[in-house]
Design a protein around this ligand. Structure first.
Ligand code: UDP
Length: 246
């Protein structure tokens, strides 16, 4: 494995820090122990959260990478850090929903827990000051947040990731309710899936009990937040450990 020295911090977000490396096209992503919700209004620090999200996200990214999804992720470096391709993130959050819950229920008065006949894709404009508003593809196109072919590629990759993630989580007794993806472009302009995929960015429900195994435990004060993240990691890593066995 190449040893990449962490150089200058180039960005600090709510859940991760980015560092430059000696290679201008690569970045080191370090996961933090911070929780935030409701556009940063609710905050907490929980020791061990950064490690769990890095382990879970690295495992999911390695799985997707092995199935041909174009990703910024290169490798997990250690418990807290990943090596990734440096990208410029598009200012869009791409949400996929398989079952209704969260903002769509509040916004449209839709009941919770409806299984949708096919996955619903939504775009949100990434702007904290505006509270990340829901936007249409046409907004993204006309305001230059993504080109026509990029929007088509984003939708195609997003649906594929949804299917692959369902195939990964269903045998683990976990329902993939919804999740959020972010995309970026590398120095050559290639579109890559970026950011993270973790219980911070997905809703995971236990298939038999319906227990919430994701950031809703923090948002809604359900308790044992890290226990839920640990549960996701235990099931994922157990599956990884069983690979190749009959
Ligand atoms: N999500 C996210 N970051 C955001 C907003 C949403 O990762 O800034 C994820 C969230 O965890 C859920 C999905 O996107 O898995 C859909 O979230 P929703 O629109 O229901 O918003 P919320 O109810 O979380 O405000």
């Amino acid at each position: 494995m190449t040893v990449y020295a962490k150089k200058d911090q180039i960005y600090e977000g709510k859940a991760k820090k980015l560092f430059s490396t000696e290679d201008p096209d690569k970045t080191i992503i370090e996961y933090k122990d911070s929780f935030t919700a409701f556009n940063g209004e609710k905050r907490a620090e929980m020791s061990g959260k950064g490690r769990l999200n890095n382990l879970i996200s690295s495992e999911i990214f390695a799985y997707l990478s092995g199935r041909g999804v174009p990703l910024h992720f290169i490798e997990k470096l250690d418990d807290l850090r990943q090596l990734a391709v440096k990208v410029n993130i598009l200012p869009l959050e791409v949400v996929v929903r398989n079952i209704t819950t969260g903002s769509i229920c509040k916004r449209l008065g839709i009941p919770e827990g409806l299984k949708l006949p096919r996955p619903l894709i939504e775009f949100y404009y990434k702007d904290d000051a505006l509270g990340d508003p829901l936007v249409t593809e046409d907004h993204a196109l006309l305001f230059g947040w993504a080109a026509d072919d990029e929007i088509a590629a984003i939708k195609q990759i997003t649906l594929r990731v949804n299917l692959l993630m369902q195939e990964l989580f269903e045998p683990l007794g976990i329902v993939l309710v919804d999740f959020k993806l972010e995309f970026g472009k590398d120095s050559s302009g290639k579109l890559l899936l970026a950011d993270e995929i973790s219980p911070d960015t997905c809703r995971f429900w236990d298939a038999s009990t319906g227990a919430r195994l994701d950031k809703d435990r923090f948002r809604k004060d359900l308790g044992d937040v890290l226990g839920a993240y640990e549960e996701i990691w235990d099931r994922l890593s157990g599956a990884a450990g069983n690979k190749g066995r009959p």
